[in-house]
Design a protein around this ligand. Sequence first.
Ligand code: R5P
Length: 276
Amino acid sequence: MADADTTEAKNYATSVPMQNVPFFLKGSNNLDWGMKNRLAQIFNPTSGRTVMLAFDHGYFLGPTSGLERIDLNIVPLIEYADTLMLTRGILRTTIPPTYTRGIVLRASGGPSILKELSDEEIAVSIDEAVRLNVAAMAVQVFIGGEHETRSAVGKEMVRDAQYMRLATRMCAELGATYVKTYYVDEDFDTVTASCPVPIVIAGGKKLPEPEALQLAYNAVQQGAAGVDMGRNIFQSKAPAAMIQAVRAVVHENLSPTQAYDLYLALKESDKQSVEN
Ligand code: R5P
C-alpha cells in the first residue's frame, strides 16, 4: 500500500503562474510533444539552428566521391553533426546504434542518375521509420519537373528567389515541418520570410572551402535555420576541420574569414596528430 501523504506544509506556489514557454522553432509551436521532441533532436534549442551532415547521395548516385566507404569517410565525422541525413540501408549497415542524436531518414527514391530523377516514389513506410527510431522523414520534391506532383528539384528550372519561394512555400503548405532547399544569391531573405517553417540549405556541389563557408554564412544571416551539407564537407581535403568550421558559422555566427582560419588551424593540427 502506498504511504499516506502526511506532509502538512505544502508549497503550491499559488501566486506563480505555470510557465508556458514557446517552442524555439518557427512554425512548430502547435505541434504535439513528440514532434517537438524530435525536432529538438535535429535543431539545437540554444542556437535554433542545425548542422545536418548529408550523405544520402548514394540513393541515386551510388558510391560517389567521398562516400565510397561511409564507415571510413563519414562515421568519424558524426560526432560533429547535430543530425545525420541518410538512407535506411546506410543507417542499418553502417551507423553505430549507439548514436543518440536525431536521424533524418530519406524516405523517397527510385530513379538513378541514368533516368528522369523526378520519378521518385515513397520508399520507406511510417512503420519502418518508427522501427528505425528516426526523428524525421525527408521526401524530395521536383517542382516544375516532369513528375512534380509525385515527388518536387526541377533541373530545368531557374533557381532564383521566385522559384524558391514557390517551392518552399508549397512544401510548408503541404505540411512539411521544415524545408531543405538551395541558397540563391539574390533575395534569399524573401524565401525564408515567406516560408512559415524553418529552412535549411543544401550545400550543393563542391566549392573551395572559403566559398562554402561564405554560402553557409549568407544563408543563416538571411534567416536559414542551418545547413544540410554533404559534398562541401565529405569532399573537402579536411572533412573534420570543415564540419567544425561550418558549425562555428552556423551556431556561433563566425564570419567566413574567421571560420576559414579555424578550418586551416584544425586541418593543420589534424595533420600533425596523424604524423605523430
Ligand atoms: C542529395 O542527394 C541530398 O538531398 C543531399 O542530402 C543534399 O543535396 C545535401 O547534400 P549536398 O550538400 O552535397 O548538396
